[in-house]
Ligand binder design. Structure first.
Ligand code: AMP
Length: 481
């Protein structure tokens, strides 16, 4: 972490206050490199791994530069996975909370019509996966006329998942007079080409991985036959006794199998893979983030970008077949300055992959002998105690921020010809309340949601029960979403 403060940048009070609420005291390395240049609207390529604070590195300047009055999208952020899109949208909402930035996520397997409706409302920032974003562009439901900022997040993963052409097709539809930022953990040749084709003299920023990868993460390797893997896993987890652990497998079948084997042994675990329904995937990720269980068995779906604090162990139950995946998987641990362990199992005939990984990360992963029976027996009591102890449930980082904010539900919207100004005009007249205490207003056909900031929610709720808006007395409740 660098020593500067967010107050050293030309950021408005609304943004700085939100950062304080999120507990961000000092900019991380990537943030102190990116924010000043982004505020000057320079095109940037940033080589930095996830966990370094890169979402806020682009999120902060974007929220700062957005013009609130403009209703059409001004920023487009492309991400390779739906989970990441959702997380980035949440991060943008948190950073832009007091500025009342509206962010919408667009991704597949969610009703198109609902997204279309959201896009018809005021929307400053769109975060989406390339396929669905392109769909909206083709069907004319995403207006790009006012777009000024483009972020391509996890560009190398876009390439790996075969999205790079779609990304190109999207960029072709954007106004040329825009600023582009590209983030990638690695910069393969095709990604570099993309930069040069679509960017305007980008400034290249590289945040040295060593600080994040080698120093804080301890790597270990066990060479093991396939049929001995599960026994080894039992012994290793007993020895390591992790607080929070992601176990990576190569296929969804293997994920299903391993998670049920662990469940049979009463490990507090759940699983995530691409074959599951999106809602289930979100649910599992959220529960894991909260710390509801300790072991998550996953395919690479969960390897990218997802921000979970304090993962103590990543175990590659199956060695990844490509070298970049190794870096992405282990990037789930050792985040935001914490340390972590990355333990890999390799079968004797996986030497080729192992060599590639080691060449890529630039060091040999220390090989260990399997733990001895005595060592395992010695560790058993502590391990079993933790298995039966409920993990500490973590506070969502936006929770603190939300304490000051109460979302109110009103049972009237567009069909009653209500507009945001009607709500602002009425609420700001309440004694002790000003327009600055009113946050995001979302008006739907029959319903309106209004965020009341600065702890003034209960007062506004009380007064609005007997106050008309544009001559109409609406029902008002604390919203439950
Ligand atoms: P990211 O690389 O964007 O996935 O961020 C990794 C983690 O660092 C997230 O939990 C962020 O909330 C957290 N974070 C980002 N910026 C800061 C900061 N300046 N100070 C403390 N934590 C931060």
């Amino acid at each position: 972490m660098s020593k500067t403060s967010f107050r050293d940048y030309t950021l408005s009070e609304d943004i700085v206050r939100a950062l304080e609420g999120l507990g961000y005291e000092h900019p991380t390395d990537v943030q102190s490199e990116v924010i000043p240049l982004a505020l000057k609207k320079k095109d940037l390529t940033v080589k930095s791994k996830t966990g370094s604070g890169k979402t806020a590195a682009f999120g902060i300047p974007i929220c700062e530069m957005i013009e609130w009055e403009e209703n059409k999208p001004q920023a487009l952020i492309l991400t390779p996975t739906r989970e990441l899109a959702d997380q980035v949208k949440e991060d943008i909402r948190n950073i832009g909370r007091f500025k009342r930035i509206k962010a919408t996520a667009l991704y597949g397997k969610q009703p198109f019509a609902k997204q279309k409706e959201q896009l018809m409302q005021k929307c400053h920032v769109v975060v989406g996966t390339p396929g669905r974003v392109l769909d909206h562009i083709k069907r004319d439901t995403l207006d790009l006329e006012r777009l000024q900022y483009l972020v391509i997040d996890e560009a190398d993963e876009m390439l790996r998942m075969g999205f790079i052409e779609q990304v190109g097709a999207i960029i072709d539809e954007l106004p040329e007079d825009r600023m582009t930022m590209l983030f990638s953990a690695t910069l393969p040749e095709d990604v570099e080409k993309l930069c040069h084709r679509y960017m305007n003299n980008p400034v290249d920023i590289e945040i040295k991985a060593s600080v994040n990868t080698a120093v804080q993460i301890e790597h270990k390797l066990y060479v093991v036959r396939n049929d001995h893997k599960f026994n080894l896993l039992r012994d290793v987890t007993t020895m390591e006794n992790p607080d929070n652990c992601i176990l990576f497998c190569r296929t969804k079948e293997q994920v299903d199998k391993l998670s049920s084997q662990l469940e049979n042994l009463s490990y507090p675990c759940d699983k995530i893979h691409g074959g599951m329904e999106q809602d289930d995937r979100f649910h599992v990720m959220n529960e894991f983030k909260r710390g509801a269980f300790r072991y998550l068995v996953a395919t690479d779906v969960a390897a990218r970008g997802i921000d979970i604090e304090n993962i103590t162990h990543v175990i590659n139950y199956d060695l990844p077949l490509d070298k970049e995946s190794y870096v992405h998987r282990i990037g789930r641990t050792g985040r935001a300055g914490n340390s972590g362990k990355a333990i890999s199992f390799a079968t004797p005939n996986e030497d080729k992959f192992l060599t590639e990984i080691q060449d890529y990360i630039g060091f040999e992963i220390p090989r260990l002998d399997p733990p001895s029976k005595e060592e395992v027996a010695h560790a058993k009591a502590a391990f079993e105690e933790k298995l039966t102890t409920q993990p500490v449930v973590k506070q969502d980082k936006s929770e603190q921020l939300s304490k000051e904010i109460l979302k109110l539900y009103f049972n009237g919207g567009k069909k009653k010809k209500l507009r945001a100004v009607d709500f602002v005009g009425t609420i700001a007249k309440i004694e002790g309340v000003t327009a600055d205490d009113i946050g995001i207003i979302t008006i739907q056909d029959n319903v309106t949601y209004v965020d009341i900031l600065n702890g003034k929610g209960p007062l506004v709720l009380q007064v609005m029960k007997d106050t008309t808006i544009k001559g109409k007395l609406l029902k008002v409740y604390k919203a439950n979403k």
